[in-house]
Write a protein that binds this ligand. Structure first.
Ligand SMILES: C[S@@+](CC[C@H](N)C(=O)[O-])C[C@H]1O[C@@H](n2cnc3c(N)ncnc32)[C@H](O)[C@@H]1O
Length: 216
C-alpha cells in the first residue's frame, strides 16, 4: 500500500512536543556508549530530534509530512541546534549506508503493511554501522485484533477510515514470533510488550512492542 503522512494540520500537537520517557532513557544509554550519529526515523514535529541534539548527538531526521519536517527545522533553529532534516519515506530513507550509530523510531514504523515492514527493517540494517543500535515500537497483535472493525488490507494490517490525522494510514500489527522473525538479522537486546501507555494524556488500550536491537 502507498505510504501516507500524518495530517498534522488537524492533529492535537500538544502531546507530541515533549520527549517521551522511553526515549530519554534510551538517549542516556546511547550517550554512555559514545554514539554520535543518530537518525530520528519519522521525526514528526521534532521533539526527540531536539532533545537528542541538546544532549550532544548529531541528529538527522526525516518524515513524510512536509509540515512535520518544517516544524522540526524551525524548532531546531530556534533552539540554536544544527541538524539535517528531509522529506522521506520509512521504506526508503533519504540517508546513506552506514551513516548512523543509532536509530530512533517512535510510533512510526507500524505505519505500513506486511510488505512494507520488511523494507523498513532492511533500511534500519542498511543505515546502521555494525554494533549500532535501534529503538522502535510496533503495534502488537492482541485478542482484539481479529475483531477490530478497521479495514483489513492484509493478514497483519488495518487501516482506519475515520476522519482524523491517521485517516487512510496503514497500521501493521505483529505477534512476538513475528517480531523475532522480522528482526532476525539483528541481535535483540530487549523486546517488551507494553500493555498500557500514556498518549495524549490518556491511557492507550492498544498494546505495543518496544524493541531495542543491535546490528551484528
Ligand atoms: C505518531 S507520529 C510520531 C512522530 C515522532 N516520532 C514522535 O515521537 O513525536 C508518526 C509520524 O510518522 C510519520 N509517517 C507516517 N508514515 C510515514 C512514512 N511512510 N514515512 C515517513 N514518515 C511517516 C507521520 O507523518 C508522523 O509524523
Amino acid at each position: 500500500m502507498e505510504s501516507k503522512a500524518w495530517n498534522w494540520s488537524i492533529a492535537d500537537k500538544t502531546p507530541w512536543r515533549e520527549p517521551s520517557k522511553e526515549v530519554v532513557g534510551i538517549a542516556y544509554r546511547w550517550k554512555s556508549k559514545g554514539f554520535k550519529e543518530v537518525i530520528d526515523y519519522g521525526c514528526g514535529l521534532g521533539r526527540h530530534s531536539l532533545f537528542l541534539s541538546q544532549m550532544g548527538f548529531h541528529v538527522k531526521g526525516f518524515d513524510l509530512s512536509p509540515e512535520a519536517v518544517e516544524e522540526t527545522k524551525k524548532s531546531m533553529k530556534e533552539a540554536g541546534q544544527v541538524g539535517e532534516f528531509k522529506l522521506g519515506d520509512i521504506k526508503k530513507a533519504p540517508f546513506e549506508d552506514g551513516c548512523a550509530d543509532a536509530i530512533l523510531s517512535f510510533h512510526v514504523i507500524s505505519h505500513t503493511d506486511s510488505k512494507g515492514i520488511s523494507e523498513v527493517v532492511n533500511e534500519l540494517h542498511r543505515l546502521l554501522v555494525p554494533g549500532g543500535e535501534f529503538f522502535v515500537d510496533l503495534c502488537a497483535k492482541g485478542e482484539g485484533f481479529a475483531t477490530d472493525p478497521r479495514r483489513r488490507i492484509d493478514e497483519n494490517t488495518l487501516v482506519s477510515d475515520e476522519p482524523g490525522p491517521e485517516q487512510g494510514i496503514p497500521h501493521f500489527y505483529a505477534s512476538k514470533e513475528q517480531m523475532k522473525d522480522l528482526f532476525r538479522d539483528f541481535e535483540i537486546l530487549n523486546l517488551e510488550r507494553v500493555r498500557a501507555y500514556v498518549l495524549d494524556g490518556k491511557i492507550s488500550s492498544r498494546d505495543h512492542f518496544y524493541l531495542l536491537g543491535r546490528k551484528k
